[in-house]
Ligand binder design. Structure first.
Ligand SMILES: Nc1nc2c(ncn2[C@@H]2O[C@H](COP(=O)(O)OP(=O)(O)OP(=O)(O)O)[C@@H](O)[C@H]2O)c(=O)[nH]1
Ligand SMILES: [Mg+2]
Length: 305
């Protein structure tokens, strides 16, 4: 019997765009697995996350990036830098925009940059399930900026809903076409090389992001200290520290009578168990660490620096 031929195309596609446009949702949809956390709060993604999709058409290595936003402190600036760097030298740069909202300064910034990019550029008009009212404004924005910069450069436009999956098969088909011929970059069974501790920290942080508002999510970080294998059943005892900036935030994160942190612990435990398919116990400790966002050593341990 002959073996099926190995895929002969392999390349890198970067997902870039402003915070909250739906990059991580789109990534999870395209690889049909949850690899990146998602929330309604802007600046959810803080690291570069790589996810690999291999099918008979070939292999695409996706880079999910933090959303570009106005940033003053080191963590925010670092996140923007990760995103900008990811857009260079890839086989496809996907600018994800929220077509249900008008273009913002950050979108225009990306367009300006992409006009000079050597990567193949696709603009993905996301959230079409909400009506795509502002799709035209993004095309106009591209043309206006191209004219201002004197660049005769077209983008390729795709309309999708990362939430419902509409338009995704067509986008994927096109991405596989754009991947260069060549051997696989990763073994075919790899989904992500994102470290386990960082991923579990993200799953915990996602639950806080879903429940907290305004400044608190951005002042919060989760560091997984230890993952201990239990003797029986292949389970994990996980201990993690939740960092906040100020004492007042500690109370918010714990919640009235400890309700909020309890809920987070339950939900995060469920998510971790689902993803890794094993019993999980989770211990959370909250620590006030003023200015952790400016502390290089902490940022490094969180994988942010
Ligand atoms: N209605 C609708 N909502 C969407 C769609 N895609 C994403 N969302 C929502 O938009 C919000 C932001 O999604 P994320 O995937 O976290 O966005 P992101 O671009 O990764 O954001 P950052 O990591 O903060 O840069 C979440 O509440 C998603 O559920 C879509 O196609 N339709
Ligand atoms: Mg994200």
């Amino acid at each position: 019997m002959t073996q099926p031929p190995l895929p002969s195309r392999s390349g890198i596609a970067a997902l870039i765009g402003r915070a909250n446009a739906g990059k991580s949702t789109l990534l999870n949809r395209m690889v049909e697995e949850k690899v990146a956390i998602v929330s309604g709060t802007a600046q959810t993604t803080r690291n570069l996350i790589r996810a690999v999709l291999t099918d008979p058409r070939g292999q695409i290595v996706f880079l999910d990036t933090p959303g570009i936003h106005r940033a003053k402190e080191p963590l925010g600036r670092r996140m923007n830098k990760i995103a900008r760097n990811a857009a260079d030298g890839v086989d496809a740069a996907l600018l994800i925009v929220d077509a249900s909202a008008p273009p913002a300064m950050e979108d225009e910034g990306w367009i300006r940059r992409l006009l000079f990019s050597e990567s193949h550029v696709l603009v993905v008009l996301n959230k079409d399930d909400l009506g795509g009212r502002h799709a035209r404004a993004y095309r106009d924005c591209w043309e206006r900026v191209a004219e201002e910069k004197g660049r005769d450069r077209r983008a390729e436009w795709h309309t999708v809903s990362a939430l419902t999956g509409a338009g995704i098969p067509e986008l994927m088909e096109r991405l596989f076409e754009l991947m260069p011929a060549g051997p696989l970059l990763f073994p075919p069974d790899v989904l992500t090389d994102y470290p386990r501790k960082l991923n579990i920290g993200d799953l915990i942080r996602e639950q806080f992001f879903r429940r907290l508002r305004e400044e608190v999510p951005h002042a919060l970080a989760v560091r997984v200290e230890n993952i201990e294998e239990t003797d029986a059943g292949g389970g994990w005892n996980i201990s993690a520290t939740v960092y906040v900036d100020r004492h007042s935030q500690k109370g918010i994160v714990i919640g009235h009578k400890g309700r909020l942190i309890k809920k987070v612990r339950e939900e995060a435990r469920r998510e971790v168990r689902k993803m890794y398919d094993r019993p999980v116990a989770l211990e959370l400790r909250v620590k006030v660490e003023p200015k952790w966002r400016e502390n290089y050593w902490i940022l490094r341990e969180l994988g942010y620096a």
